[in-house]
Design a protein around this ligand. Structure first.
Ligand code: T4K
Length: 398
């Protein structure tokens, strides 16, 4: 006779949560003790806190070197960077972009009075589908704005061809793609310019921050004064500018984190490998891969959950995990085209079937240096448990 060992129920069914403290998607990576403090002490001693201070200059130079890009203009965040870039390029009318992105991409353009036109994404890469972009280009199009979703680069060559043929600008929202690359060329070197984010939730953070990256000397020269009210000298303003500067404290954080970036990426990669090994065995689950490991930052663990195959759907799994204090996210649900103000506008270039498909299926799981390997194992065990208890969950929660 076999004895059945009773397992504690999942938290969503009344059991005790697995984690005492929440496990977040986007928990910040932090520098080793002292690395930030030492630099901050220098800034305080110098009493130089912002406005193109020495730490910002050092950070910009270090980023330029690392990415092999001629110009890095550090900003207070990526959204402002995108706005300044659009202004510097004198964009007008419509800007083609994916709907499957963070609303910041679209808002940055709309805030300037430009009209986002949302195109569909490619099923495999989750980035702009060049064929739908080609169809959406019209007389009012001034730019294509690709987004390197999950740090996986867009098809920069195909988009470059289309932009060239139609005489429109090609720029990239590279917010999640710091230190990633495509075919041996690092992010920062594609299109006319690219904008990365150094937000707290990114692979490298400056608390809040971003940077405009370009190899175009003339464009960089135009952008520099634009992030600081148009000033080129004490009382010389050469044009319309805004305040989009990075502070010394932010640059100190960035410098402190650059030192450990390879270790951070190695941790991300180990977590990703562990998640894949455990979760891809489950029916209806695919873990988004980074085909060229040497050019990825592995900063996102993204599941695609096929509702017709998996025993529970994405939203039920999210609920199960939340009860265990694993705060999975469903970026970029429901897609910008279904958010205000765009839902009420004619902002899509036709149907967006892949965007809708992805928005109903993707789920991001925690990763990064805040997470231990045992945490990853425990999260995988929870997902497996949820699949095993699917019938009970459906009966209790539907
Ligand atoms: N383009 C793209 C493609 C982007 O992904 C983003 C930003 C942008 C443009 C704009 O870049 P920035 O202008 O921000 O530089 C978060 C981030 O706030 C946002 O920067 C990021 N994308 C996006 C993907 O994620 P929310 O609205 O989900 O933030 P929130 O507050 O819900 O935080 C996410 C999770 O991270 C939470 O579960 C808690 C955790 N967290 C967050 C912060 C700030 C922490 O554990 N500690 C923290 O300090 O957008």
């Amino acid at each position: 006779m076999t004895t059945r060992v009773e397992r504690a129920p999942l938290a969503v069914l009344g059991g005790r949560p697995t984690f005492r403290e929440p496990r977040h998607v986007g928990a910040p990576n932090v520098p080793p003790a002292g690395a930030l403090e030492r630099r901050l002490a220098g800034a305080l001693r110098r009493r130089r806190l912002t406005n193109d201070g020495p730490l910002v200059q050092e950070f910009e130079a270090a980023v330029s070197r690392r990415l092999g890009v001629r110009h890095c203009i550090a900003t207070c965040n990526a959204t402002s960077g995108l706005m300044v870039l659009a202004r510097a390029l004198e964009l007008s009318g419509e800007v083609i972009m994916p709907s499957f992105t963070f609303p910041g991409t679209a808002h940055a353009m709309r805030w300037l009075g430009l009209q986002p036109i949302f195109c569909d994404v490619d099923r495999a890469s989750h980035t702009l589908d060049a064929a739908t972009v080609a169809e959406a280009i019209g007389e009012r199009t001034s730019a294509i704005l690709g987004v390197h979703v999950w740090g996986r680069p867009c098809d920069t060559e195909a988009l470059g061809d289309i932009a060239g043929r139609h005489g429109v600008e090609l720029i990239f929202d590279a917010a999640p793609a710091f230190d990633c690359g495509r075919h041996g060329v690092k992010i920062g070197n594609h299109g006319r310019a690219e904008v990365v984010s150094f937000h707290a939730t990114k692979v490298l953070n400056t608390f809040e921050g971003g940077a405009i990256l370009t190899n175009d000397d003339e464009l960089a020269e135009r952008i520099r004064p634009m992030i600081t009210f148009g000033f080129v000298d004490e009382d010389v303003v050469v044009g319309l500018g805004i305040n989009a500067k990075m502070s010394e404290a932010a640059a100190a954080m960035g410098l402190a984190q650059l030192e450990q970036l390879p270790a951070t990426i190695a941790t991300n990669r180990a977590h990703h490998t562990r998640y894949r090994a455990r979760l891809e065995e489950l029916p209806g689950v695919a873990v988004v891969d980074y085909p060229n490991a040497a050019e990825a930052n592995f900063h996102y663990v993204v599941l695609e959950i096929e509702p017709d195959v998996a025993p529970i759907d994405r939203d039920m799994l999210k609920r199960v995990l939340e009860a265990e204090r694993v705060l999975a996210r469903r970026y970029f649900f429901p897609g910008c085209h279904r958010m205000a103000p765009y839902a009420a506008e004619r902002s899509t270039a036709g149907e967006l079937p892949i965007t809708e498909w992805l928005a109903a299926r993707v789920l991001q799981l925690p990763t990064g240096t805040a997470l231990a390997a045992e945490d990853v194992e425990a999260i995988c065990t929870l997902v497996s448990r949820a699949f095993e208890d699917a019938e009970l969950l459906r009966a209790s929660l539907s």
